[in-house]
Design a protein around this ligand. Structure first.
Ligand SMILES: Cc1cc2nc3c(=O)[nH]c(=O)nc-3n(C[C@H](O)[C@H](O)[C@H](O)COP(=O)(O)OP(=O)(O)OC[C@H]3O[C@@H](n4cnc5c(N)ncnc54)[C@H](O)[C@@H]3O)c2cc1C
Length: 455
């Protein structure tokens, strides 16, 4: 962008947004329930009537009645081994909850990899080193000490775009010029110490906390890390509904807004803007309802699924299978994909799904985390299948999706891969926007401060 387009609060923007929203919700006396894990959305005859879940602390099952549900359960970046996501989040729950309720998943293959995730410690693999490190003058080098961005983007070097830097690092590692641990070096140690401490305080602190590494003296070992899901639940651009009556999606759970790549900073602003619009649409929908429907069979099905996990005698453990799935996705659907690799990935997924059927959760005195892990795994397996199948069908390179066997963007694939458990992938070309919408958009650009600035 040529113009300023993002607002920020130091490097704590998300935290500030959270605090403000929380404060406002408390003022409005909105009930906040934060120990309930949702396992199913409840649907009666194609219409949402609530959600089913359990309390993570004591396992008590919960039915929440709701005439509309706005799904905001995040994306699916945790199904890769290296991810910038927090632990046990972004496991694909949104995909599964929506798909089982009858919604469709769009462009699951479109996942942005950030160039600089930490390699160690293994339990924090993928933790982000902010792009500010490159912005401040950090240099990327391979194991041979070469500043390899000269090969990929000699003009912009380390300031090249996120996807190009990630692809460059990936290529260095894949072609054997990476470090022994499978990364490249990001070095800020040539910068003045005061600059590092004032401009990169979080990076400095994170590396001390996680690795006892002083970045003012030593380079950081990094590798591409799964960072953002552009794909997600299909939502209508007009009504923001998923196509299932009463079900909406927002944020990383949703899809469509960022195309095949997302500009840094555009996620938080999307959440604020579409949070408000979608909330309004859901409220309008509820106010227009003239009858309520409930279906005891839907509740019974959700209850039976949970009971089966708790009382079954299967010998597979959610945590171990999660690790296998993450390795599979890293090996077969990472920064660069190919027909052969994706097909191998799908064959391995078939086997893994067989093992998932033999899963039992073992809650203990500390709580019902293991049951949550089991449902996380269910979500991850579904999200992995959607991703592999969509990536296979997208036989081109577009945005963040790189195919070694189809290195060019193809005009005939300008559109969406729309996936559902029953139908698999259906390609939907992007329709040209109607004339009046295009005129309206142009009018808004012309009237906006940015449009004026452009003049
Ligand atoms: C390290 C990092 C830095 C980033 N920096 C920026 C930035 O500077 N600017 C920017 O625009 N974007 C940034 N992003 C991206 C942005 O933070 C995310 O895209 C955004 O927070 C996603 O918000 P969300 O509400 O869609 O999902 P999330 O914030 O992931 O929230 C989903 C919530 O749903 C809950 N949940 C999931 N499943 C269930 C379930 N089954 N039952 C109950 N609850 C469930 C989770 O616990 C979680 O609280 C960054 C991301 C990371 C990881």
């Amino acid at each position: 962008m040529e113009h300023r387009r993002t607002c920020y609060a130091g490097d704590y923007t998300g935290l500030q947004i959270q605090r403000t929203l929380l404060h406002r919700a408390q003022e409005l006396q909105v009930p906040i329930v934060d120990t309930i894990y949702i396992t199913r959305l409840l649907v009666s005859d194609g219409r949402i009537f609530g959600a089913y879940g359990f309390d993570i602390v004591d396992g008590v099952p919960v039915v929440i009645h709701a005439d509309a549900v706005i799904l905001a359960a995040g994306g699916h970046t945790r199904i890769w081994r290296h991810t910038s996501s927090r632990r046990d989040e972004n496991t694909g729950d949104s995909f599964r909850l929506a798909a089982l309720a009858g919604a469709r998943i769009r462009d699951a293959e479109l996942v942005q990899f950030h160039p600089s995730g930490l390699l160690e410690p293994s339990e924090a693999a993928g933790t982000l080193v902010s792009e500010a490190a490159r912005g401040e003058g950090g240099q990327l080098r391979n194991a041979q000490g070469e500043r390899f961005m000269e090969r990929y983007d000699p003009e912009r070097m380390e300031l090249s775009t996120r996807d190009r830097v990630a692809l460059a690092s990936y290529t260095e590692i894949a072609e054997g010029r990476g470090t022994e641990k499978g990364g490249v070096y990001l070095d800020v140690s040539h910068l003045p110490r005061e600059q590092i401490l004032s401009k990169l305080p979080r990076v400095y602190r994170t590396l001390i906390d996680l690795q006892m590494l002083d970045i003012t003296k030593q380079p950081i070992e990094v590798a591409p890390t799964a960072h953002y899901s552009m794909g997600g639940v299909w939502v209508s651009p007009e009504t923001h509904s998923s196509g299932v009556d009463g079900l909406y999606a927002i944020g990383e759970a949703a899809s469509g807004l960022h195309g095949a790549n997302r500009l840094g900073g555009n996620s938080l602003i999307e959440l604020l803007v579409y949070g408000r619009i979608t909330g309004g649409d859901a409220a309008d929908y509820v106010l227009g309802l003239v009858e309520l429907r409930r279906d005891p069979a839907a509740v019974a099905e959700a209850r039976a699924e949970m009971q089966q996990l708790l009382t079954g005698s299967g010998e597979e453990s959610p945590r171990l299978l999660q690790r296998s799935l993450r390795n599979l996705m890293t090996d077969h659907a990472g920064v660069v994909r190919s027909e052969e690799g994706l097909r191998e990935g799908l064959a391995k997924l078939d086997q893994l799904e067989g093992r998932v059927a033999n899963l039992t959760a073992h809650p203990d005195i500390a709580g019902f985390d293991d049951l949550a892990h089991a449902f996380d795994l269910y979500g991850s397996v579904l999200a992995a299948r959607a991703t592999l199948e969509c990536a296979l069908e997208r036989r081109e390179t577009r945005g963040c999706h790189n195919r070694s066997d189809y290195p060019q963007q193809r005009e005939e694939l300008r559109g969406n891969m729309v996936w559902s458990p029953g139908a698999g992938v259906v390609f939907e070309p992007v329709a040209e926007a109607p004339e009046e919408l295009r005129a309206l958009a142009q009018q808004q650009i012309d009237d906006s401060p940015v449009g004026k600035l452009a003049e």
